[in-house]
Design a protein around this ligand. Structure first.
Ligand code: ADE
Length: 277
């Protein structure tokens, strides 16, 4: 997979050299190119922004440098044999970045990221390139960053770990908390390793029992508890067939019951009153 990133802070992307993404590059699974947007400015101050039409606070990134940068990146990529690019525009007004989108990105051969600073990029840039390739405007969460570079790091790491041969075990993605198509997306419960006693704190006895059935049941119940506490919206959306009899018993103890009224709207479970955890 080829990745291009155009930014005014190329050094912000240094982490792409380390850890998992760095390894993916070293193994030839990822071909990363980071470009300085200011290389496509022509004035003494290397200006990339100007005041917004219509007034208002902040500055807007200009069409000129972005247009030249993207034309060059595209031409270079095609020359090197890359095909079917997609543009990824990190923005707080984008669609939520999810595991499903990470999987979709991991199946594309070429992603071009345009992290912006200030109030964003002149709209005409996205409109122009959207006539030539798929454009994904994505947000990594409901908060506003100073720029899109950190979002590029987040998205790249989520995508790189899905590439064949990057994480040791291809099976491992199937059990990811947010694996698309899973019957139920539940949060992982707690995990433990040696030593068995630390500062007077033991490990749940069931995990030392060697009884695989009981361990699997315990893990499932812990996942249901944690999801109830941190992401009740995930439980609400689980279809009834996602849960077996024992799941339903645990859910009932946690205060959940089937929600016949909500079902047509995709809400299958409700919790009328918050239950003490
Ligand atoms: N740029 C600023 N905030 C962002 C966010 N939440 N997601 C993606 N890009 C951003």
């Amino acid at each position: 997979m080829r990745l291009d990133v155009v930014t005014i802070f190329p050094e912000y992307l240094e982490p792409l050299n380390v850890s998992l993404v760095g390894k993916a590059r070293a193994r030839g699974r990822l071909d990363v190119h980071v470009h300085d947007l200011r290389a496509w400015t022509h004035d003494r101050h290397h200006t990339v922004d100007d005041t917004p039409y219509g007034g208002g606070p902040g500055m807007v990134m200009m069409t000129g440098p972005w247009g030249e940068a993207l034309d060059t990146v595209l031409a270079d990529g095609y020359e090197a044999g890359a095909r079917t690019p997609a543009l990824v525009v990190p923005t707080p007004s984008g669609r939520p970045f999810t595991q499903e989108l990470a999987v979709e990105f991991s199946e594309r051969p070429w992603l071009i990221f345009t992290p912006a600073r200030y109030e964003g990029i002149d709209r005409r840039v996205v409109d122009e390139y959207a006539t030539r390739m798929p454009v994904y405007e994505v947000s990594i969460g409901d908060y506003v960053l100073a720029g899109g570079e950190a979002a590029v790091l987040v998205i790249t790491e989520a995508v790189a770990r899905l590439l064949p041969g990057v994480l040791g075990n291809a099976e491992s993605h199937r059990d990811d908390s947010f694996a698309p198509g899973a019957m139920a997306n539940l949060l992982e419960g707690p995990v433990y390793t040696k030593p068995p006693l630390w500062r007077g704190r033991g490990v749940p006895e069931v995990l030392l029992s060697g009884h695989h059935g009981r361990i699997a049941r315990w893990r499932r119940d812990e996942a249901l508890k944690r999801t109830t506490a941190h992401r009740p919206d995930l439980i609400e959306r689980c279809p009834p067939e996602a849960f077996d009899k024992k799941d339903r018993e645990t859910l009932s103890l946690l205060g959940w019951s089937p929600d016949p009224a909500g079902e047509p709207y995709g809400r299958f479970w409700c919790r009328p009153k918050a239950v003490e955890q």
